[in-house]
Write a protein that binds this ligand. Structure first.
Ligand SMILES: Cc1ncc(COP(=O)(O)O)c(C=O)c1O
Length: 346
């Protein structure tokens, strides 16, 4: 357990930039993990290195081939990190931009007059894209209200509003507002039981740093993350799409490969920082387990992060020693209750 291992905590802290100081503010603890995560020092070094390379990835020269190899490696690392045995990864401007792109593509390819389903728990990124593109594509938007008491939307909430003519669905994985993780496996299953061919897109932006990602078990068609929320940096987002989604007609250059979803020249440095993040999970997995299999190490790291965040969140809510927690303060309201098993470390 990380919480019982101060030496490991010191080693972890040493891997991140600005742990106890902010260049704008001075001394501080960064507690805003709904809006970002601390950045790995390795990500900072890697970014500077690749920012200085003028070569175009893919060109037939050593730097062009070298940067392309870095991009390819990052995609292989992502498949391990997010457990994807099929489909593809690509980068965009941000998680929000990628969600718009996936939802737009799903909506304009959906049968006319069909429906788009989503929930009131979602971030505006998916809500805005689904409502806008449902309107443009002549689809009806169906809202699944979430439960305020638990801070969740569940599979049975979705099932109540599902019908066979739902062709596009959006699902939130972790909520930055309530702090809860949805049961995406159960929600996707409930959607597919009623509309098996529905294109399902998950917003994993908030969940990504707080627990594990296991795309193979979700059965979805799209999943977006924002790497600055998982120890990398701002400036890009990463999406995964299924083979089925890959094949949908989508925006691309005339003559470009049909399965390509990327726009323009790639930033090798952003991909390289993804590999830094996966290396960090691998390193952490070695510290907290004896696993030898790379995916098992990532899973061990994910569990350790989850447990430690549970410990920190409980310290805030319930107090430490004779210090009161938020739950002891009469003027404080804890969204979705003090003891909610779905709470991630938010
Ligand atoms: C669940 C969720 N979706 C989408 C976003 C938007 O992410 P970005 O600004 O990185 O595109 C956020 C940001 O907090 C989020 O928490």
């Amino acid at each position: 357990m990380i919480k019982d291992n101060p030496e490991l905590i010191a080693k972890i802290r040493d891997r991140f930039a600005h742990v106890d100081r902010c260049p704008f503010q001075g001394e501080r603890i960064f507690f805003e993990n709904a809006g970002g995560a601390l950045t790995l020092k390795s990500v900072v070094e890697t970014s500077a290195f690749y920012a200085a390379i003028p070569d175009n990835p893919g060109r037939i020269n050593p730097a062009g081939q070298g940067t392309q190899a870095v991009i390819n490696k990052a995609k292989t690392d992502l498949a391990l990190f997010m457990n994807a045995s099929s489909g593809q990864f690509f980068a965009g401007e941000s998680g929000t931009e990628l969600l718009f792109r996936m939802i737009r593509t799903a909506c304009v390819n959906a049968p006319k007059g069909s429906k788009v389903i989503g929930s009131s728990i979602e971030h505006p990124a998916t809500r805005s894209a689904a409502r806008r593109w449902a309107d443009i594509a002549g689809l009806t938007y169906v809202n699944v209200p979430h439960d305020d008491e638990t801070g969740l939307v569940t599979a049975s909430h979705y099932a109540t509003h599902m019908s066979p003519d739902v062709s596009v669905a959006t699902v939130l994985h972790g909520s930055p507002v309530t702090g809860m993780a949805m049961d995406v496996v159960a929600i996707v299953k409930a959607i597919r039981e009623i509309s098996p061919e529905c294109v399902i897109i998950i917003d994993g932006i908030q969940h990504a740093a707080h627990g594990l990602i296991d795309l193979d078990s979700y059965g979805a068609d799209g999943y977006a993350i924002s790497p600055y929320k998982v120890f990398s940096r701002h400036g890009y987002g990463i999406a995964w799409i299924s083979d089925r989604m890959t094949a949908l007609p989508h925006d691309r250059l005339i003559g470009a490969p049909e399965d390509g979803w990327e726009f323009g020249t790639r930033d090798a440095g952003s991909f390289a920082t993804v590999s830094d993040v996966v290396s960090y999970f691998d390193w952490l997995g070695r510290q907290v387990s004896d696993e030898t299999d790379p995916r098992a190490r990532i899973e061990a790291a994910g569990r350790a992060i989850h447990d430690y965040e549970f410990h920190l969140t409980n310290a805030l809510i319930k107090g430490v020693g004779n210090l009161p927690g938020l739950a002891d303060m009469p003027h404080v309201t804890i969204l979705a209750g003090a003891d909610n098993p779905s709470r991630e470390g938010l």
